[in-house]
Design a protein around this ligand. Structure first.
Ligand SMILES: [Fe+2]
Length: 521
């Protein structure tokens, strides 16, 4: 591992996951970053604010996969819905009716259309956009802090979806109350999107429609007055290289610990996509690291294995929650999509120079020795010791978590299943033994007397259920308490932790390792 790594290289590569999770084509966040940086300078921002606009644009959608669960439950496949939101002027009811709703209803059955229309006009449905933005901004802001960006970027990501006219979520900030880098990044995101959809003319038209409503009119003026130059520049070259070229100084470098922190943050984000996978990446990484140590993997391979394990399921964000949360067997076409998540993980990691060494191992975490795995279907000769450990750790940890189509297995049952995989020639015997030993060594988990956020043991239980997507009535039923008590607990937990959304609480639970124990939804 090199001593000096550039944060922009990591975040540029990982921004592909943000694109895919929002139903957007790869590299849109990077193009948006290029526009935001040049626009910020053209608009006269000081260099520290240019840097804030740069990172805000790059990470604009970093929190969005955390709300995929709610979005898919309300509207079905969340990716086309989010993509449609991105090209809708959500401050204009006519555009919502003419652009967003047709995209949400497209391809749905008559019954499903009726359900969605009924939901969309219910009090809960009318609050959906507000709740979505509150949750995604909380997660984006917290992620900025986790990866080592300053408070000003965290603030800008919190405020990036506020409307200039003060009518927007999450806090109804108005005009210059909204951080200037956030206003620049928001305009740049729209510019990148409409440039892809229709070129300069479409950008100018869309931004003028949003001027004074969502967007700052003075920034729209700067952007439209210089549209040809700004957009042509952002279209030029490979965005991966260009993002590094235009990074405002001083360039942010991180060490190996910082790299692990970034990988852990993005692994958690991928797991937040659905409550079924909470804690999976961190759990697999812990098992794999311990197993690698007992198998005496060399230090470089062990380090790369740990990072690969944290990021192996990043590609899940590119696949719909309708598939991840389907309670019954997947169809052949759905299974084909699910298998593609390891391909997406590999391609996302390969976009970053620093993460590229982890791409191949991460992309092989579902491979099997007999060639029956995916996505390559390669066999014994191609599977390095690191891949064998990762495959065993991933299989064991997944078996011990609930999935929509089956309950979690007890550790002993999962161990027996893994041994059967060894006998069948699919998993490596040494790797499985080391993983099972690691699983034994890592439990029972030690519990601190003082819980994070000052939560009581009961509140930790409630927090884990909220993070897992349980409603207040479900929590009341699970814990055999009244609904009123459940609501009371939830309100107190939100206040103690300082969040206002399930997604924000789920991220807090990930960060503080509260989700490792299995939660049955
Ligand atoms: Fe996976």
């Amino acid at each position: 591992m090199t001593a000096e790594l550039r944060l922009a290289d990591l975040l540029g590569g990982l921004s592909i996951a943000c694109d895919l999770g929002f139903g957007l084509p790869p590299e849109e966040a990077m193009r948006s970053c290029l526009i935001a940086t040049a626009l910020a300078r053209r608009h006269g921002l000081a260099e520290p604010e240019v840097a804030d606009a740069y990172y805000t644009a790059l990470l604009m959608h970093v929190g969005c996969s955390a709300l995929s669960f709610e979005t898919a439950a309300a509207f079905g496949d969340e990716r086309p819905v989010l993509e449609a939101v991105a090209r809708t002027n959500v401050a204009d009811p006519e555009d919502v009716a003419g652009t967003l709703m047709p995209a949400i209803l497209e391809g749905k059955s008559a019954g499903e259309r009726a359900r969605i229309l009924s939901y969309a006009t219910s009090p809960e449905g009318l609050r959906f956009g507000h709740d979505f933005d509150t949750g995604t901004c909380e997660v984006a802001s917290a992620t900025a802090r986790r990866v080592g960006l300053g408070e000003s970027v965290a603030r800008a990501l919190k405020e990036a979806v506020e409307w200039w006219n003060g009518a927007g979520p999450p806090d109804g900030l108005e005009g210059e109350e909204i951080a200037l880098p956030a206003r620049v990044a928001r305009a740049a995101a729209d510019a990148a999107r409409f440039d892809r959809l229709g070129g300069t003319g479409a950008v100018v038209h869309a931004l003028r429609q949003r001027s004074g409503g969502i967007l700052d009119p003075s920034i729209v003026e700067t952007l439209t007055a210089n549209a040809d130059e700004l957009l042509a520049d952002a279209r030029t070259g490979d965005p991966r290289d260009r993002v590094l070229e235009v990074e405002p100084g001083p360039v942010i470098e991180i060490d190996a610990t910082g790299l692990t922190d970034v990988a852990a943050a993005f692994g958690d984000l991928a797991d937040l996509k659905t409550p079924w996978t909470h804690g999976h990446s961190a759990g697999v990484a812990k098992l794999a690291a311990t197993a690698a140590e007992s198998l005496r993997l060399d230090a470089r391979s062990a380090s790369r294995l740990h990072l690969s394990a944290l990021l192996a399921d990043l590609g899940r964000v590119a696949i719909s929650n309708a598939i991840w949360e389907k309670p019954g067997p997947l169809t052949a076409a759905e299974w084909e999509q699910a298998r593609m998540h390891s391909y997406h993980s590999e391609r996302i990691l390969a976009t970053s120079e620093a993460l590229e060494p982890m791409a191949r191992v991460a992309g092989m975490h579902h491979e099997r020795l007999d060639g029956s795995g995916y996505y390559r279907g390669c066999g014994t000769r191609d599977l390095s010791p690191a891949v064998r450990i990762l495959a065993a750790a991933d299989a064991f940890h997944a078996m011990t978590q609930d999935r929509p189509h089956r309950p979690a297995l007890e550790a002993e049952q999962a161990a027996a299943e893994l041994q059967e995989e060894v006998r069948a020639g699919r998993l490596d015997g040494d790797a499985v033994s080391a993983v099972l030993e690691a699983a034994g060594a890592t439990r029972p988990r030690r519990r601190d007397n003082v819980r994070p956020g000052g939560l009581s043991e009961r509140e930790v239980e409630v927090a884990r259920l909220v993070a897992a997507g349980c409603s207040n009535p479900e929590i009341a039923e699970r814990l055999v308490i009244s609904r009123r008590t459940a609501e009371h607990h939830v309100q107190h937990i939100y206040a103690k932790v300082g969040v206002a959304s399930r997604a924000g609480l789920a991220l807090f639970a990930h960060e503080h390792d509260l989700v490792t124990e299995t939660v049955s939804r």
